[in-house]
Design a protein around this ligand. Structure first.
Ligand code: PMP
Length: 379
């Protein structure tokens, strides 16, 4: 099966599996235990924190290990709400992940505003300063890159504007890390990420917080910020994966293979559209608005012919209504149900991208044949 759903999760990379296995067999002790063997695990955990902080360009004292981006995002809003004025508001891009949107609504009920965005879902940084001047803002949260479309936000420019206004800035960098250079995140006061999106394992993530946060109580782990026995093997795997991903640097050939796939589809499937085609996007994603057929039918048909792809998001499957990202990009609910997302990885070869284009053409032919035969039957 050719795997094209890397924005949902990546296959753990070899270096991560090796680091995990070594830590599980050698460094399995509780880092808080008093033995000298446990102290060695504690030292390794802190060394991993320093190295991860170096990858992100941030100070090690600001990095906490969490169970993933969902926890990190929730922690940010819960922490800010405890310290913010009860009248202050939070500003979000309209295309944030549900773990940002719903955390914002829970902790700032009735005090959440969406920043205006263009037809690609991109927040125009010039709209921010007037919004910050007009109201008391406790936090601005704009993701680095979108999970459904790969569209990149000007998060660094937005961070600078927030800093100039003395307003904390959070970025959910879950889809950015491991795909683009990660060393400039000192510009963000808060940052969230998940290891399994860049070759690490599920259940491990990062929260960078430039202020003292305490979000899970009941122990002194993580300097009292997040209670609970630390998952050193998971952290070791995350570090190995991020260091490896960063070592690849920029790889224009990956983007060329994805672009060739899109061109090939546009030439052979009339009416297909690529969301975010003309704006900066991650090199691994194509969000395709198909001319016909619900995305679940595409996903099922492509899987039968050996290709694992996804809908725009789990919310766009028709079950829970259309995705808020598609809506923010001006798609109707009916169009949103025709969005298919494919997401490759560094390991995806040009031949696999071209095989995927062939699979789409075959799937389209079969879907058209299925629908015309069902039309005949229904007559
Ligand atoms: N933010 C973004 C942008 C994501 O893509 C995801 C995963 N789909 C998350 C947050 C949540 O990550 P996790 O499920 O690993 O907590």
């Amino acid at each position: 099966m050719a795997y094209f759903d890397n924005n949902a999760t990546t296959r753990p990379c070899e270096v991560a599996l090796a680091a995990h296995s070594e830590a599980l067999s050698e460094d399995w002790r509780n880092p808080s235990a008093p033995s000298s063997a446990a102290a060695r695990v504690r030292v390794k955990l802190d060394l991993a924190r320093e190295k991860l902080a170096a990858c992100l360009g941030v100070s090690p004292g600001t990095v906490s290990f969490t169970s993933g981006a969902t926890e990190s995002n929730n922690a940010v809003f819960s922490h800010i709400s405890r310290h913010a004025s009860p009248h202050s508001r939070v500003l979000l891009s309209p295309v944030e992940h549900p773990s940002v949107r719903e955390a914002a609504s829970r902790y700032f009920s009735g005090r959440v505003d969406e920043l205006p965005a263009d037809g690609s879902g991109i927040v125009d940084p010039s709209t921010l300063a007037p919004a910050l001047d007009a109201t008391q803002v406790a936090l601005v949260s704009v993701m680095a890159a979108n999970n459904e479309t790969g569209v990149i936000q000007s998060w660094d420019e937005i961070a600078g504007i927030c800093r100039a206004h003395g307003v904390p800035f959070h970025s959910d960098a879950t889809q950015w890390l491991g795909k683009l250079p990660s060393s400039k995140f000192d510009a963000c006061d808060y940052l969230s990420a998940s290891a399994h999106k860049f070759g690490g394992l599920k259940g491990v993530g990062i929260l960078k917080a430039s202020t003292e946060v305490s979000f899970i109580v009941g122990g002194e782990q993580e300097s009292g910020r997040r209670a609970g026995t630390e998952n050193y093997p998971g952290v070791a795997a995350m570090l190995a994966a991020l260091e490896e991903a960063d070592s690849f640097g920029e790889t224009p050939t990956l983007e060329q293979a994805r672009n060739a796939f899109e061109e090939s589809l546009r030439a052979s499937i009339p009416g297909i559209e690529v969301l975010g085609k003309n704006v900066p996007r991650l090199w691994n994603v194509s969000a395709l608005l198909m001319p016909r057929f619900d995305n679940l039918r595409w996903v099922g048909k492509l899987e039968k012919i050996g290709h694992e792809v996804s809908t725009g998001s789990a919310c766009a499957t028709g079950k829970d209504g259309p995705s808020h990202v598609s809506a923010a990009m001006g798609l109707s609910p009916e169009q949103a149900r025709r969005v298919v997302r494919v997401s490759g990885s560094r390991e995806t070869t040009p031949a696999e991208w071209s095989g995927l284009a062939d699979a789409f053409r075959l799937a389209y032919a079969e879907l058209q044949a299925d629908s015309s035969s069902s039309e005949v039957v229904s007559i």
